[in-house]
Design a protein around this ligand. Sequence first.
Ligand code: GLN
Length: 449
Amino acid sequence: MEGPLTGWTAAVKANFCVRNTPTTCSSAMLENFTPTFDAASVSLLRKAGADIRHITNCDEFGMGSTNTHSIHGSVRNPASPTTSNEGQAWDLEVERVAGGSSGGSAAAVRAGLAKFALGSDTGGSVRLPAAYCGVVGFKPSYGLISRWGLVSYADSLDTVGVLARTVEDVEAVHDALAQHDSRDPTSASEDARMKAATTSQSVLSSLNSSSQPLKGLRVGIPKEYFPEELHSRVLPPFRSAVSALEALGAEISSISLPSTRSALSAYYIISSAEASSNLARYDGVQYGFHKPPVAGHHAYAATRTAGFGDEVRKRILLGTFALTADAFDNFFLQASRIRAQVQEDFASVLRIANPSRKEEKEKGQGVDVIVHPSAVDTAPTLAAAMQEGEGGLGEYVQDILTVPASLAGLPAISVPAGVAHDDGWPAGVTLVSQWGCDKLLLHVAKQLQ
Ligand code: GLN
């Protein structure tokens, strides 16, 4: 079909249903699952003329930050600063992860296999791989792009994201996808979209477009986004991005988002609880993998033990525990409270009111956009990531800067910010804005390229 994306090559993460094409979610559980329909975003891509060429590897069911938890194997980061060793065996101490969970999508874009890729972002799965691979990764406001046909991980957090080389390309894809869909009960209403677009537009038109295109824009740097785990090598790329914003006329100030540290634990409780419920459907009876019962075991247990990888089983156990009557108050309820605090933190620093929350009033104080390093470090080596997979907490720490925007449903975009001076690997800078202000965010991100 002819449309705005005609001739654009696309890669789609393996957790989107693509008609007559295996949608494995990188899991043995769905190894033989071939959907008979397209996800809403996939059919919109086809309508816009895109040429879907590849299905990309990911962490199993989207759970992971390194794309090493997959039946298809690990993804290697193609952004290596040293000469290509194509065709040679991978040196795991030298090669780096592409990030997760949308690692295959980021790597495909970086390696030039596709002009753009779809990913899913629940807690950072588009932004983190984008930062590690040196490409643009955009997680839109929650509810703007239909999740229909995207295999659920944690419904209250899942978003469809876009990866490409430039912000312009990301925006063109986003424009083709951001539509109301009655099949997705969390799809934002036309009314909310309209209000958000008007607000976003009013800030955009207030910016002086003469010699200083960002004059009038207020940008905040949250002080909690520089935790002890943050490596100093990501700071120079971050500082140059901030200087660029300043040179374009933006007014920079320091802000505080006090619940940032607790957000990570809250995220893992909430996402695992939702995952434990979502993944209950893989019972070996209706569809997917089935393992006959072995002596003394139920078919359900045999199927789920063999069909899910270690990381997914860990999340199901954690999520199921958090939802039990005994643990509910101390885990799930606590995590939900922290989520509300994280949302409150953002509401109190953002100048623009949240158009999806009726009670909010327009405020004069505050910032329009938040800026922070995309990740606490450049990509870890494959060897380090695999060691972490053996039970360390390091993999989860990689998400510390991305999960707050997910808990609050806010749009966030990671843009390449150059390479770290000592290891030569890409570092990203992330911009976050108010719900529905995706156009404003994309406009600011374009100035940073
Ligand atoms: N790394 C996070 C997790 O494992 C984020 C994943 C995602 O956004 N899909 O939950």
